[in-house]
Ligand binder design. Structure first.
Ligand SMILES: O=C(O)CCC(=O)C(=O)O
Length: 273
């Protein structure tokens, strides 16, 4: 059984300081290989994918679901090591807000403009930005294939206005440009199975995939119990999470989307679920 505090005090402090935390080898090699096999052969997931277009018309496949299913993605999202880590970082019980597979294919996978997830989730009745996500690398994430980029410590700027600015949807580009003058931009280069925890107010983006290799990532997003939205939206209100022992991932094996899973269709103005 994983301890209820899988992260060290230093890691928690680093997350609070920087707004993000990379855990190398979050998933074992075996778990990562099962995730890759499941995702690559998952026709249900592929058929449910939306094409999210960037400003140049390049497309990222995005599949979104609210509740963890009886499949490998659901086991990962409910696994003790990830959930308990998230609870340490957010200092409360967490529940699953949604998960998504962001699939950038070679050459055609598009960019994500700078945004904060809370820039959107604010509109769902969540009073506090006490929410966070973990990006789990399915493939190697490199600068060439459009790894996640973050503005270090930008979560301390508070929520920035989001919407359409010219041809872009995302955080107010003028404010992002000013923030970029004083904050360090970090390319989150990751190996398959690595995890990136990031705060919902952290400014993040990614470039198009200009490489020969795919860049797929599984993102699991969580809200805190004390931040139960005051009205219903397209993402769940507080729903107790059935946390599973870490070995559930291997026991589940390479099982793609559960047949009973339901997927979301995304609003044009909301690029981030
Ligand atoms: O897949 C990516 O590179 C970024 C995804 C993202 O920013 C999001 O889903 O909020």
């Amino acid at each position: 059984m994983t301890s209820k505090t899988p992260l060290t005090n230093e890691q928690v402090a680093q997350f609070h300081h920087d707004g993000y935390l990379i855990i190398s080898g979050l998933l074992t090699e075996q778990e990562t290989s099962l995730l890759q096999q499941a995702a690559r052969s998952d026709d249900t997931m592929r058929n449910a994918a939306m094409d999210v277009k960037d400003t140049q018309g390049r497309r990222t496949g995005l599949t979104l679901w609210n509740h963890p299913g009886d499949d490998i993605y659901g086991c990962i999202a409910r696994s003790e090591r990830i959930v308990y880590g998230m609870q340490q970082l957010l200092d409360d019980e967490v529940y699953h807000y949604h998960s998504k597979l962001s699939a950038k294919e070679p050459h055609v996978g598009g960019a994500w403009e700078w945004h904060q997830d809370y820039g959107y989730w604010y509109n769902n009745g969540c009073l506090y930005p006490d929410m966070a996500s973990i990006f789990i690398a399915v493939d190697p994430c490199t600068r060439e294939n459009g790894c996640m980029q973050v503005l270090k410590a930008s979560h301390r700027l508070g929520r920035i206005e989001h919407g359409r600015f010219g041809q872009q949807t995302g955080a107010d580009p003028e404010r992002v440009a000013e923030a970029a003058k004083i904050l360090e931009k970090v390319y989150c280069v990751m190996e398959p199975g690595d995890g990136l925890y990031f705060h919902s107010n952290l400014l993040h983006a990614s470039d198009p995939n200009s490489s020969e290799e795919p860049r797929w990532g599984l993102l699991c997003c969580y809200n805190t119990k004390h931040n139960d939205p005051w009205f219903e939206s397209h993402h769940p209100s507080y729903t107790p999470l059935d946390v599973l022992p870490d070995n559930c991932i291997v026991e589940m094996g390479a099982r793609g989307s559960a047949e009973s899973q339901t997927f979301l269709v995304q609003d044009d103005d909301e690029t981030t679920g």
